[in-house]
Write a protein that binds this ligand. Structure first.
Ligand SMILES: *[C@@H]1O[C@H](CO)[C@@H](O)[C@H](O)[C@H]1NC(C)=O
Ligand SMILES: *[C@@H]1O[C@H](CO)[C@@H](O)[C@H](O)[C@H]1NC(C)=O
Ligand SMILES: *[C@@H]1O[C@H](CO)[C@@H](O)[C@H](O)[C@H]1NC(C)=O
Ligand SMILES: *[C@@H]1O[C@H](CO)[C@@H](O)[C@H](O)[C@H]1NC(C)=O
Ligand SMILES: *[C@@H]1O[C@H](CO)[C@@H](O)[C@H](O)[C@H]1NC(C)=O
Ligand SMILES: *[C@@H]1O[C@H](CO)[C@@H](O)[C@H](O)[C@H]1NC(C)=O
Ligand SMILES: *[C@@H]1O[C@H](CO)[C@@H](O)[C@H](O)[C@H]1NC(C)=O
Length: 921
């Protein structure tokens, strides 16, 4: 006795070293401990789950059954997360002992999931029994979740959770990419007691149940003459599954010539992997044989295969593993082993193992999960941040809505009610794609585009602390019952671009800093909120056209497609006197869309404030009756050709809403005049800023990047947000306009132009089209999105260099910025390309990122050029790089004197005394 325990003490530390990878969680356990029976270390789950309550129970079983953890039966799921090594095989085991039946309580019945895959329905019928669920998996990722949910009766609970790594290719199957193996039965025959065999007898800690155990529908119908035998001799178990020696050393033999058993397999009928473990453990004489057949009623021909263990295994005391990799089994599993006529001994069976194939259900798309985690990590711990497991499966988090696709995608996030974490671009895209019946483009993007919708929720009290959401871009708090002042953190949210707090009961003075910020800020309907300065209501109209309109975009687009069709057929019938209202007679927009000539004459004071000259004619500044500022564009040439353009432009432009596209407000066709009315862009064209009279208004690198990003997004939207996609055809710095906040919008898209017309324009316009023209298009007249990409590449080069796209003086024989920049950048000399007026105030990596993508964009062949989407990403990269090094530069651009003058301009709504001469079309 003493010797034995001495031996144990010696051996246990050695074994413990081998099993450091075992994870053993005592659910509801009060402390960590080492189980004296097994030497395994158990940890309490106290630090692993936030929910549930510990229920102490008195159990005759091991330490881990002295308590359990009960979870609320509330329609949510509760999960444990286990770390795994991807593609390694594991045994995952959960055990359940209720151990207490309060009088009148019905026993619990609930579901168990492994990741998104249904593992088992746990139905407790016997409070003393330990229900064991085992799943053999090849880990799909670096962690797996074990979740409880969906109680039908009682509350979900769990007693223990174990993770056991398996060695090498144990339990590998042909199906493991798509299936887990749920263990149905693992039985040790000829066992000496009712006890299970497990660790340390089985180094992998599988649980081998005893054939002596008495349980309903478990190993019944045992054949007469069934006896147990055992040996103490060593057995060579080096086959695939390494059954433990202790299990192989015992066996049942049918002394009367046959063995038979029947048992219920939970969760069957199903396809299964079935193994028998056999080893000859009796010493047979020379004149003796043991030959038998394995008979299974549902496997045709199973009785024809004669087993002679010693022969099959090439020797006694050696493992032989006959197996079925994929066999269809019924709920009631009955089998028998029958001696052949010429065999002297009856059949022998050491162990069997049967596992059901369980098809794995995909988890939520990992991109979405990552984005959600990022959002959560930015928030204070609370109920909505503490939900565990997969966001969508088996039950989605309370604040998340998911698509029904496989794998699921997140369609909506609503913590308080409707928290939308989808970028505005994606909302737009989704709107557009309604026509195609596809929501594919709905993706979550990084926290950079976090949009929080908390509007119309009857929120009361002060504005909640959202300061941890540093990625917050757009915040909707309108139409609530919020009170108190605007919290100061709002002015410090680095990415905030739009803030809506209308129709609340907020009070106090508005932070000067908040008003000075470059962003949309709407606080109407808060009588007690005191702005520092008087503010005109039209502010909202001028800028706020972007996102709200997106909701209707799907409809608009459908309508516009239909209309375009009709228009194209009708074009030949159009006569010059026809009014817009006639063209759009079916259109709801008609009323507000059509503007009469007299209204325009009034707005522009008889076309007196000329602010520029567009490709088609002069552009005038105007102010509508409601105070809205507009750019009025007169189409000079009223030829048929012009009519075609006019119709095109009107039909397309009016229906396309994107915050980076200049919005067409209305049109007028009267007295042989065709006039388009656009939203007024206070800061004119990018061309003027880089090359023109405003050159002294220095644009720093980060401002250039954000202008590039805006313009790229506008083009991306035209190319991929709309169906059919729209090719701009005339991307150039003079078609990129800047609004009062220096946000860029693309104008003049959807215009059909002839190449030769473009060329004729060159001489007269300083920022001509020639330098932007895609050589491939010039060659073969095939217009694609990649032609816009080429032109945009030239725009990027202008932003980098501050040089004109085309100039004999600057580039000499090379004549174009493309050749000049390409040769320098290829030499690795990006600093020579950089605009001297930047005075080195940029991070070289950021400049490189733009230079690279610009050079790719001006590749001679369209196929080699990136898509606008990739360009957007590159620019965002560059911005990230730039911001990471120059934290101060964003601030300095907000406080630079030029920006300040814009803010004043905005508040006074008066351009005439502004320092900027508006020059947009
Ligand atoms: C139990 O062990 C785990 C893991 O080693 C540890 O994180 C936890 O703090 C321990 N708990 C107690 C109560 O000691
Ligand atoms: C796993 O396999 C390796 C190689 O066969 C062997 O050396 C090792 O002992 C095995 N580990 C266990 C726990 O059986
Ligand atoms: C098993 O065999 C059945 C019938 O041939 C087949 O449908 C199934 O895909 C196979 N594999 C699994 C894992 O069930
Ligand atoms: C086998 O041989 C032994 C003696 O060598 C004999 O006692 C035994 O009865 C024989 N068994 C059979 C089945 O013939
Ligand atoms: C079978 O065992 C014998 C001796 O035990 C050995 O000589 C022979 O090579 C083995 N055959 C195979 C196929 O392993
Ligand atoms: C958080 O959950 C607990 C328990 O489910 C509940 O009592 C509490 O009201 C919840 N808190 C919030 C803010 O919903
Ligand atoms: C504010 O409330 C008024 C009256 O209920 C409503 O007409 C208006 O649309 C609301 N404003 C916003 C921005 O929802």
């Amino acid at each position: 006795m003493i010797q034995l325990s001495f031996f144990l003490v010696l051996i246990l530390p050695f074994v413990a070293c081998q099993v450091t990878e075992f994870v053993s969680i005592d659910c509801g356990g009060r402390s960590n401990y080492t189980d004296p029976n097994t030497g395994l270390k158990w940890i309490s789950d106290a630090g692993l789950v936030r929910h549930g309550k510990v229920v102490e129970v008195a159990s005759p079983n091991g330490l881990q059954y002295q308590s359990r953890r009960d979870f609320p039966a509330d329609g949510k799921k509760y999960c444990y997360t286990l770390s795994t090594i991807e593609r390694r095989r594991y045994l995952v085991r959960a055990t359940f002992q209720y151990a207490k039946s309060d009088s009148g309580d019905s026993f619990p019945k609930f579901q168990l999931y492994l990741d998104a895959t249904m593992w088992s329905t746990i139905t407790i019928q016997d409070s003393a029994r330990i229900y064991i669920e085992e799943m053999i998996i090849r880990a799909p990722s670096s962690s797996v979740n074990v979740c409880l949910c969906c109680a039908l009766t009682g509350s979900p609970f769990i007693s223990s959770l174990e993770l056991r790594p398996l060695n090498l290719s144990m339990y590998a199957t042909d199906y493991e990419d798509d299936f887990f193996l749920k263990v149905g039965a693992r039985i040790n025959f000829g066992a000496s007691s009712k006890d299970v065999v497990r660790y340390p007898d089985d180094p992998y800690d599988r649980i081998w149940s005893s054939d002596q155990e008495k349980r309903q529908n478990y190993l019944v119908g045992v054949a007469p003459g069934t006896e147990s035998i055992s040996t103490s001799q060593n057995i060579d178990t080096r086959a695939r599954e390494y059954p433990p020696l202790k299990v192989m050393q015992t066996a049942a033999v049918g002394t009367k010539g046959w063995l038979s058993y029947r048992l219920d397999l939970e969760g069957f009928p199903a396809n299964a992997r079935a193994y028998a473990y056999l080893a000859e453990i009796e010493d047979l004489g020379n004149n003796e044989t043991r030959k038998f057949t394995m008979q299974h009623p549902h496997v045709p021909g199973s009785g024809n295969v004669i087993i002679n263990i010693a022969e099959n295994a090439n020797g006694s005391y050696t493992l032989y593993e006959p197996s079925y990799m994929n066999i269809s089994l019924d709920f009631v599993f009955s089998f028998s082993l029958v001696k052949t006529w010429d065999s002297t001994r009856g059949p022998l069976l050491n162990a069997i193992e049967i596992s059901k194939y369980v098809q794995t259900i995909p988890k939520t798309d990992s991109k979405d999960t990552t984005a959600l985690k990022a959002l959560r990590s930015k928030s204070q711990p609370s109920n909505w941040t503490s939900e565990e497991g997969d966001p969508c499966k088996p039950i989605s988090w309370e604040w998340v809505a998911c698509s029904s696709k496989m794998p699921p995608r997140i369609t909506k996030i609503s913590s308080f009610k409707c928290l939308n974490f989808i970028s505005s671009e994606h909302i737009v895209e989704r709107g557009c794609n309604v026509n195609q019946g596809s929501g594919d483009k709905t993706t979550l993007t990084a926290e950079r585009y976090c949009i929080l919708w908390l509007d119309g929720n009857s929120l009361t009290g002060p504005i909640p602390d959202l300061s941890s959401l540093t990625g917050l871009t757009i915040l909707h708090l309108e139409n609530n019952k919020l009170t108190g002042p605007l919290p100061s953190y709002l002015s410090n949210l680095p990415s905030l671009q739009e803030l809506y707090v209308q129709n609340n009961s907020l009070s106090g003075a508005i932070d000067q800093e908040l008003l000075a910020r470059k962003m949309i800020f709407d606080y109407d309907g808060n009588p007690d909120l005191k702005p520092i300065r008087q503010r005109k209501t039209n502010f909202q109209l001028t800028i706020g056209i972007s996102i709200g309109a997106c909701v209707l975009l799907g409809l608009f687009l459908l309508a516009s497609l239909l209309l375009l069709n009709i228009l194209q057929r009708k074009q030949s019938h159009l006569n010059n006197n026809k009014k817009c209202s006639g063209i759009f007679s079916d259109d709801d927009l008609e009323g507000s869309f059509h503007i009469t000539l007299s209204e325009l004459e009034e707005a522009t004071e008889n076309f007196s404030k000329k602010i520029g000259k567009g490709s088609f004619g002069p552009v005038y500044y105007g102010k509508m009756k409601d105070g809205q500022e507009v750019a009025v564009k007169i189409l000079a040439d009223a030829s048929n050709h012009g009519a075609h353009q006019f119709v095109n432009e009107v039909a397309l432009l009016s229906r396309i809403h994107h915050k980076n596209l200049v919005h067409l407000i209305g049109c007028c066709e009267e007295a042989h005049q065709r006039i388009l009315v656009y939203e007024y862009m206070h800061n004119g064209t990018l061309c003027d800023f880089i090359h023109g009279s405003l050159n002294q208004e220095h644009l720093d690198w980060i401002s250039r990047l954000s202008i590039a990003e805006d313009a790229a997004k506008g083009l991306e939207y035209l190319h991929s947000g709309c169906n059919p996609s729209i090719i701009h055809r005339d991307v150039k710095t003079s078609n990129i306009l800047l609004d009062v906040n220096m946000r860029a919008k693309v104008s003049d898209f959807g215009l059909s132009k002839q190449t030769d017309e473009n060329l004729t324009h060159v001489s007269s316009v300083a920022c001509g089209t020639l330098g932007y023209l895609d050589p491939e298009y010039y060659g073969n007249q095939q217009l694609t999105e990649k032609s816009d990409v080429y032109s945009f590449g030239v725009v990027l080069l202008e932003l980098i260099s501050g040089r004109k796209p085309f100039s004999l003086e600057e580039y000499g024989a090379e004549w174009s910025i493309v050749h000049w920049a390409r040769s320098l950048i290829r030499k690795g000399d990006v600093t020579s390309v950089a605009d001297p007026s930047l005075a080195g105030n940029f991070k070289i990596e950021s400049l490189w990122r733009i230079a690279e993508v610009a050079i790719l964009s001006i590749e001679p062949h369209g196929v080699s050029r990136p898509k606008m989407q990739e360009i957007v990403l590159a620019i965002q990269d560059a911005i990230k790089i730039e911001k990471s090094s120059f934290r101060r530069s964003t601030k300095s651009s907000a406080t630079n004197p030029h920006m300040k003058s814009i803010s004043i301009d905005l508040e006074s709504s008066d351009v005439s005394n502004g320092c900027i001469i508006p020059s947009a079309r």
